[in-house]
Design a protein around this ligand. Structure first.
Ligand SMILES: Nc1nc2c(c(=O)[nH]1)N[C@H]1C(S)=C(S)[C@@H](COP(=O)(O)OP(=O)(O)OC[C@H]3O[C@@H](n4cnc5c(=O)[nH]c(N)nc54)[C@H](O)[C@@H]3O)O[C@H]1N2
Ligand SMILES: Nc1nc2c(c(=O)[nH]1)N[C@H]1C(S)=C(S)[C@@H](COP(=O)(O)OP(=O)(O)OC[C@H]3O[C@@H](n4cnc5c(=O)[nH]c(N)nc54)[C@H](O)[C@@H]3O)O[C@H]1N2
Ligand code: SF4
Ligand SMILES: [Mo]
Length: 761
């Protein structure tokens, strides 16, 4: 691929001024310029001799990009017009062009000596990791070690780690940062439809009349998706966007109806909407009769019982006060949702990261099922993925403590036997006990039960809730950390630091929101002595004597093993090969054969090859081919406001910064545009507390306290305080509660009761 494209030249200073100016206007992001393309054009520079098809390494939107190169270096990044994002990318994707040169890369292995690190050879570093693992396993058994990976690793990497730990070392202590992010969605889909991963696609955006955005700041976190939604509304007036968020985000400002719920109370809203839908006869009886089963826990119940359950406790008038929005607003949302030609729900962390994260996911699908707003163009519940490969790498490969590849579970003896056969290991190899999930894993380290962990491509020293507690826990155990950058909060706690190649310094497959697998080809040599995470895992396997199990040693060989294995599951993507992915802008599974074009709408006859021929819709994940609507009572969060902790802290992201900021804080344009993190506080609350713009304040919870600067803003509703978690100088996770959803075990990062006070000198 090679073509020279005309460009507008800009100096670095111009770009910074531009980004700053946008921030000053409150327009960070550039959508206000009429499209993300405009921003991309303005901030791009450089010329390229060759252009290479790739995928952005950041978020689960999974944007197709073109990487421009000259003289063996990346000089430019553009959105790919031929990919699903139609050329639109955000400022993080654009700035990927800086990635290979940004300062702070970890360039060679390091070993801790007292309080300092010394450089080491790969052989010394890996030898030390292997010796520690071996010794601990021999002395304390396999469950004394663990792997904690990431939805940003390639599919081949998480697949290999999962196999090495579950079938080689024989522990199910394999978890992922996706536990902090997507497991509520995964449990939601799995319990409702029998299989994880959504039925719909981004393409549905072009057909929907009503968008229900709940717990998602789409504008900042999935910008091209929000742009596509806006284009749909522009082209199709009458299309409504509803945004449910305790903050008036840019997403909320650009919506038609903003529902500012009190954090942690969404279950009340969803049940009340269902109550209105039933009472007003807005449900789809024929669809329900053919495709839906109602259940109260395990027990099947009738539609009438579901209605009685809702009538009893969830009339809008009865929930409005606890929810913090009027009954009238709830009714309006219910009518818009049920009566539109096609409703599409998009959600992310405001829903997943709650103590009712799974129930909220179940009920969102439930609203679509009772109204028949599903399996038609534009009508679908689509959970937006957070990380670039949380779907492909963490969920689909089953690299989670409770899971096995292809939608199987550790607790199911049949599933274990199937996987043992496929992996060619003796029956009984895989332990029947689910492993430790993220928070519990670090608690076990605290208690000394887990003594060593391999941490790859994630920064739990900053991203875990109640992180003060878990930093101490990490300090106790033996920690091998594979990292691309030095100086992360986790790297500081490591015993061995393994320099990792990242993104186009290696090759592999990402799987994003819409079941689309895309290949990232290698374009650069790794920085310094860095190695791919796959190579690190293969090396560890050899040193631990599991080389015979881990026979696939190149990304393509691992992928071929995994896709062949998928043929025996309903995920079947045996037809997605590297040669196809090199040519195409990804393929959506199911995709059973090499001539299959992929599946846009799952469970829909004529599109999804897993549906019995002749059926229009078939929820084949469950034995009775029905999807389940659960009766789900609202359970209040343990972190609602109290007299002692009268405000609720919620946390999240800003457009320019990626998570813990290890990468984006090093990119000067992005750092300048985002600035240091602040506490966002409603002026009314501030007034009440005697706090003014710029004042130093202390935020204290039952878990910890942090000092920072107050920024007054109308965005958070009264009673709500917001902080982003990208800035180690505002280590907000010291304050964030570590309660988790009992089913998904995903932490409730969005709800912590806090007290706020002005810091006086
Ligand atoms: N710019 C940027 N984009 C990203 C990322 C990033 O780091 N930076 N990370 C990626 C990842 S991994 C993820 S998981 C996604 C996250 O994407 P989002 O979930 O969209 O982002 P967040 O800011 O975590 O939270 C979204 C919104 O939830 C709201 N919220 C808080 N509590 C509640 C509640 O109780 N109910 C409701 N309804 N809403 C609530 C917050 O006010 C916030 O605006 O973003 C992905 N994209
Ligand atoms: N308060 C609060 N906390 C949260 C959340 C929230 O909403 N609020 N959200 C949670 C969610 S949804 C998520 S997804 C997590 C994210 O939390 P983390 O996964 O901890 O955050 P990242 O900054 O993405 O960490 C990835 C690390 O991997 C390194 N890295 C990059 N590429 C590679 C590579 O190829 N190989 C290796 N080995 N290393 C690499 C990066 O330098 C970085 O340090 O945060 C969670 N924490
Ligand atoms: S939206 Fe996500 S995938 Fe697309 S360019 Fe931005 S960060 Fe990358
Ligand atoms: Mo995430």
């Amino acid at each position: 691929m090679s073509d020279q494209e005309p460009r507008l030249e800009m100096t670095d200073q111009d770009r910074r001024d531009f980004l700053k100016a946008m921030l000053g206007l409150g327009l960070a992001g550039g959508a206000a310029l009429g499209g993300w393309g405009a921003l991309e054009f303005l901030v791009n520079k450089g010329t390229a001799d060759t252009w290479h098809k790739s995928t952005c390494r950041f978020c689960g939107t999974g944007c197709g990009i073109k990487v421009g190169m000259r003289a063996g270096k990346i000089t430019d990044i553009r959105g790919d017009e031929d990919a699903h994002n139609k050329g639109v990318i955000c400022v993080k994707g654009t700035m990927l062009r800086a990635l290979p040169d940004i300062p702070g890369r970890l360039l060679r292995p390091r070993i801790r000596k007292g309080d300092a690190f010394v450089d080491a050879s790969w052989d010394e570093a890996m030898g030390l990791v292997a010796r520690n693992f071996e010794e601990i396993i021999r002395r304390d058994g396999p469950d004394a070690v663990a792997y904690y990976g990431s939805g940003q690793l390639y599919t081949e990497e998480n697949y290999t780690a999962n196999k090495l730990f579950k079938a080689g070392i024989r522990t199910n202590n394999v978890d992922n940062n996706a536990r902090l992010c997507m497991t509520s969605a995964a449990f939601g889909y799995t319990t409702v439809f029998g299989k994880d991963e959504p039925s719909g696609s981004y393409e549905d955006i072009d057909h929907a009349d009503c968008f229900f955005l709940i717990g998602s700041n789409t504008y900042e976190c999935h910008p091209p998706i929000f742009e596509r939604i806006r284009r749909r509304r522009d082209a199709h007036p009458g299309t409504k966007i509803i945004c449910v968020d305790p903050r008036r985000t840019r997403t909320a400002e650009l919506s038609d109806l903003h529902i500012p719920v009190i954090p942690g109370t969404d279950m009340l809203l969803l049940n009340a909407m269902a109550q209105v839908i039933c009472e007003e006869g807005l449900y789809d009886r024929p669809f329900i009769e053919e495709h839906v089963r109602f259940a109260d826990g395990e027990k099947t119940v009738a539609l009438e019982e579901f209605r009685a359950f809702l009538d009893r406790d969830y009339r809008p008038e009865k929930v409005q006060e606890r929810l913090g929005v009027s009954a009238e607003m709830i009714r309006r949302a219910a009518f818009l949702f049920a009566r539109s030609g096609a409703t599409m729900t998009l959600w992310t962390m405001g829903i997943n990261q709650g103590t009712q994260g799974t129930a909220q996911n179940q009920m969102l699908s439930g609203l679509h099922l009772i109204t028949g707003q599903i399996c038609r163009p534009g009508a679908t519940p689509l959970s937006l993925t957070g990380q670039c490969n949380a779907c492909g790498g963490a969920r689909d490969t089953g690299a989670l403590a409770h899971a096995l590849p292809g939608g199987r579970s550790v607790a199911n003896p049949e599933h274990r036997r199937e996987v043992e056969k496929l992996w060619g290991v003796p029956e009984g190899t895989i332990s029947p006990n689910p492993g430790l999930t993220a928070v519990d894993l670090f608690r076990a380290m605290e208690g000394g039960k887990v003594k060593a962990a391999l941490i790859m491509c994630t920064n739990p020293g900053q991203s875990l809730p109640n992180v003060g507690r878990y930093r101490k826990a990490m300090d106790k155990g033996f920690l091998a950390v594979a990292e691309a950058f030095e100086g992360s909060e986790t790297a500081r706690l490591a015993d061995v630091l393994l320099p990792a190649a990242l993104w186009v310094e290696k090759e592999g497959v990402y799987g994003q929101t819409e079941r689309r697998y895309q290949l990232i080809e290698k374009l650069l040599e790794p920085a310094g002595e860095a190695r791919s995470d796959l190579r690190i895992l293969v090396d560890l396997a050899d040193r631990l004597g599991h080389g015979g199990l881990i026979k696939a040693r190149t990304p393509e060989a691992v992928w071929d093993e995994w896709r062949t294995m998928s043929a025996s599951t309903k995920y079947n993507f045996a037809g997605i090969t590297y040669p196809r992915l090199r040519k195409l802008h990804g393929l959506q599974w199911p995709c059973p054969t090499e001539d299959h074009p992929g599946t846009v709408r799952r469970y829909v006859g004529g599109d999804d090859p897993m549906v019995t021929p002749g059926k229009k819709v078939e929820f084949y994940g469950h034995h009775d081919h029905k999807a389940v609507v659960f009766l789900l009572p609202y359970v209040p969060s343990p972190e609602l406001a109290t007299p002692e902790y009268p405000l609720v802290l919620t946390t999240g992201r800003v457009l320019e910064m990626w998570h813990t900021g290890t990468i984006t804080r090093q990119i000067k344009e992005l750092a300048a545009s985002a600035g240091p993190a602040r506490f966002q506080l409603n002026p009314a609350d501030a007034h009440h507390l005697g706090i003014r713009e710029g004042d130093p304040i202390e935020v204290r919870s039952r878990f910890g306290a942090v000092k920072g600067i107050a920024a007054l803003s109308d965005s958070p509703r009264r009673g709500v305080l917001f902080a982003a978690f990208y800035d180690p100088d505002l280590p907000i996770n010291l304050v964030v509660a570590d309660h988790y959803d009992p089913t998904s075990r995903e932490p409730a990062f969005k709800v912590t009761a806090v007290a706020v006070s002005k810091v006086t000198a």
